[in-house]
Design a protein around this ligand. Structure first.
Ligand SMILES: Nc1ncnc2c1ncn2[C@@H]1O[C@H](COP(=O)(O)OP(=O)(O)O)[C@@H](O)[C@H]1O
Ligand SMILES: [Mg+2]
Ligand SMILES: [Zn+2]
Ligand SMILES: [Zn+2]
Length: 266
């Protein structure tokens, strides 16, 4: 009895039959084919198999090639290295709300199709928002074959600013973020929220809005009110109203996991 796709084996203790491993490599989390799956017995490493379709021999991409495609999709998402081992399964539930969000995300990712309504996670620091979106990206690329891109909002702003001197134009950087099925914007609103930063957010969100493509967002800012220090104040009411249309909002509560794990010195 096996529920694993053909060619995956329980016998590999390194990848647990997934066929890939994810490691930290410099700034990013990088996936590669596990040693157990280096050689493909299905196609003898040709990359395709011949099938009989109504009496006509037809070539079809082999699953080893599909694994390579998915690994490329994961690597193109550019998840930060410190999230290379994060999965939705490895998110521990400490509160009722965390349990609700975790099971909702598990269902969401299995039902996902391009242009699906996105997800916005809000809550305090260290409650696992980035962990969960990283886990979603990992699953949706490696297990489902969707394209994704992860950007840290603050780093994106810095990159665009740096581009002013390197000819890497704001328009080009933003246009590139319209390609993937899923765009993750981590820590939306972080930064100085200057007039110029708001125009960047505005064009980025407007672009995804117009193409109808999925957004995953995390933020530490309050989304509920229009008050001082809220997300709306950071990104402006126009972006805020688009976000309401493009994403389902979920609160993550709980304590800062890093603090919970730190051993108190007494
Ligand atoms: N519920 C949890 N279960 C397991 N690990 C968690 C949980 N919450 C947070 N962490 C871990 O704590 C660290 C901080 O979480 P992170 O996702 O960066 O928080 P946030 O983005 O909400 O500030 C990460 O290493 C993350 O994997
Ligand atoms: Mg975070
Ligand atoms: Zn393996
Ligand atoms: Zn093959």
């Amino acid at each position: 009895m096996t529920s694993l796709p053909e060619g995956r084996s329980y016998s590999c203790p390194i990848c647990m039959g997934l066929g890939y491993v994810v490691q930290r490599q410099g700034e990013y989390a990088v996936a590669r084919v596990c040693d157990c799956s280096r050689h493909c017995e299905l196609c003898d490493d040709l990359g395709f198999v011949i099938e009989d379709v109504n009496g006509v021999p037809t070539s079809r991409k082999c699953q080893c090639r599909m694994l390579q495609d998915r690994i490329r999709l994961f690597n193109e998402a550019r998840l930060p290295a410190r999230y290379s081992d994060k999965t939705v399964e490895r998110y521990e539930v400490h509160t009722k709300q965390q349990g609700f969000v975790k099971s909702m995300l598990s269902r969401y990712r299995d039902a996902f199709s391009p242009n699906a309504k996105g997800i916005l996670l809000y809550g305090g620091t260290g409650v696992g928002k980035t962990h969960l979106v990283a886990g979603m990206v990992r699953y949706l690329t490696l297990e489902k074959g969707f394209s994704a891109r992860f950007v840290d909002f603050f780093a994106l702003i810095q990159q665009i600013k740096a581009g002013f001197s390197t000819q890497d134009s704001e328009a080009r950087i933003i246009a590139e973020l319209d390609r993937p099925d899923i765009l993750v914007i981590d820590e939306l609103g972080k930064g100085r929220a200057t007039e110029w930063e708001r125009t960047v957010v505005d064009s980025l969100i407007a672009q995804r809005y117009n193409s109808g493509k999925t957004l995953f967002i995390t933020t530490n800012y309050d989304v509920r009110e229009d008050k001082l220090g809220s997300l709306s104040e950071r990104v402006g009411p126009r972006v805020m109203s688009r976000l309401y249309e493009m994403c389902e909002f979920y609160a993550l509560d709980g304590d800062d996991y890093r603090k919970m794990r730190a051993t108190p010195i007494s």
